[in-house]
Design a protein around this ligand. Structure first.
Ligand SMILES: Cc1cc2nc3c(=O)[nH]c(=O)nc-3n(C[C@H](O)[C@H](O)[C@H](O)COP(=O)(O)OP(=O)(O)OC[C@H]3O[C@@H](n4cnc5c(N)ncnc54)[C@H](O)[C@@H]3O)c2cc1C
Length: 437
């Protein structure tokens, strides 16, 4: 996210806005006052996190709230292993905050630049068929609602709101704190390998359940999947981390540096993309290492891209991916960015992409200087035919009428929105599209 000349831009540089004003509250009371004064001025108000959403979900044209000063650990319950965090806390701050208490997040996504509120509000997830996304780890939260009231939602207070408020798209209020259920700190043993795509697709359903965290990348125009398999180990099992040099060569030089060059060249000379992709998969050798969980889950992404990700009933993933492969060949597109496949356990959050069903994810990407529309539109049609649900923070074209068909509790969520934000103080044009007015 960046702001220059008063213009806010998201990470992928496909969304921007010049808010009427930006406020940086230093206390919960200041958040309440900001909501009330925005209301009096007839302005909408919205908190932004790190601007890592590709969709326009975080666009705040009225008052933009930056919660950088509302960050950090508020309290720890060592018996239950729960921590309460101020809403603007960045995920990358968590290891430092949790480690002294012997705690860690149960699962994480690919990067850690997001805020805890932004990540959970859009349903950010990692991989692991027996593990839920980040929002499933929330046990309680505090929101400032449309009239400036502070509302506590937990297992004992307003508990009926939990399935909506834990993953609220920023539509129900401004989160000021979140309580997360953590787990004892653990290590991950990572195995990365290049395997035949067809074999990986044939075994995807089993592998998404066991081992703990399985995902793979498939570079279009190749027959090879790059698999990542992470197994959980106790914290005292013994680390054998990647050396600093090999980590730099693999992750910075090859994954980011060389890849940036490939994407840029591929844009100028699309014919070069298939051989580049084959080369990229050949260069990706087998790696094994064991490290603390966050250092294995998280990678650095410095090549900018645009992304669409769909959540499917898990058993649909192999067929859907084969259809995407056939589509790319049929249309003759040259796609330099890999397709990423992950999984998550069914959960009970009303607007979670994994709500009520074991889920597999297929994510498509394009380099940020390429127009993704034709590719994403065609892939979206395949995903819809497989009963897919789009990631709320990534690009998609769905509207409220079509999303209602995908979520059994869609109207229950809208009732909560009517209750907490009847005047639509927290809305924007994206929320109007996906939730209705
Ligand atoms: C490089 C990259 C890697 C990514 N990897 C993954 C991944 O592995 N898995 C995955 O699922 N997604 C991934 N994403 C998507 C990303 O996790 C989500 O879009 C996430 O929402 C971004 O968090 P943020 O803090 O940047 O929030 P923003 O994008 O700034 O905001 C997201 C939403 O949260 C709301 N919000 C923020 N703070 C508050 C608050 N205090 N109260 C109420 N609402 C609030 C905003 O209003 C908005 O509606 C990735 C994105 C990028 C750019």
């Amino acid at each position: 996210m960046s702001a220059s000349g008063g213009v806010w831009t998201n990470w992928a540089r496909n969304q921007s806005v010049r808010p009427v004003r930006v406020e940086r509250p230093r206390s919960v009371g200041a958040v309440q006052r900001a909501v009330v004064s925005a209301g009096k001025a007839g302005l909408r108000i919205k908190a932004v996190g790190s601007g890592h959403s590709f969709s326009a979900i975080a666009v705040a044209g009225g008052v933009q709230l930056d919660l950088l000063d509302l960050a950090g650990l508020i309290s720890v319950d060592p018996v239950l292993g729960r921590v309460t965090l101020a809403a603007g806390t960045r995920l990358f701050e968590l290891p430092r905050l949790l480690e002294p208490h012997g705690l860690a997040l149960a699962n994480m996504g690919d990067v850690d630049r997001q805020t805890i509120s932004g990540a959970t509000s859009t349903g950010t997830h990692g991989t692991g068929g027996r593990f839920g996304g980040l929002a499933t780890q929330i046990t309680a939260l505090t929101l400032v609602t449309g009239d400036g009231t502070l509302l506590r939602v937990s297992e004992t207070e307003n508990a009926e709101l939990l399935p909506a408020a834990r993953l609220g798209l920023g539509a129900l209020g401004i989160l000021v704190d979140l309580t997360l259920q953590c787990v004892p700190a653990y290590l991950l043993r990572a195995v990365e390998a290049a395997e035949p795509l067809e074999e990986v697709l044939d075994t995807y359903l089993d592998r998404s359940e066991n081992p703990d965290h399985f995902e793979f990348y498939w570079f279009p125009h190749t027959d090879t999947a790059l698999t990542k398999t992470n197994t959980r180990l106790p914290a005292d099992a013994g680390r054998s981390p990647l050396g600093r040099v090999s980590r730099w060569v693999d992750d910075e030089l090859l994954a980011n540096g060389a890849y940036r060059a490939i994407c840029a060249l591929g844009r100028l000379a699309p014919r070069a993309v298939p051989p580049f992709n084959r080369l990229a998969t050949r260069l990706s050798g087998r790696r094994e290492f064991t490290d603390v969980s966050n250092r294995v889950f998280v990678t650095r992404r410095t090549v900018r891209f645009r992304e669409m990700e769909y959540a499917l009933p898990r058993e649909q993933v192999p067929a859907a991916l084969r259809e995407v492969r056939a589509l790319i060949e049929e249309r003759g597109w040259r796609i330099s960015f890999p397709i990423e496949v992950r999984s998550a356990a069914a959960d009970d959050l009303w607007l979670s992409t994994a709500s009520g069903r074991d889920t597999g994810y297929i994510a498509v990407h394009r380099y940020f200087r390429e127009d993704p529309a034709e590719y994403f539109d065609a892939v979206e049609a395949i995903m819809r035919a497989h009963d897919g649900r789009p990631h709320w923070g990534k690009l998609h074209d769905r509207d409220a009428d079509s999303l209602r068909q995908s979520y059994p509790h869609f109207d229950d969520f809208l009732s909560v929105r009517d209750r907490l934000d009847p005047e639509r103080r927290f809305s924007n044009s994206y929320l109007e599209r996906v939730l209705g007015r």
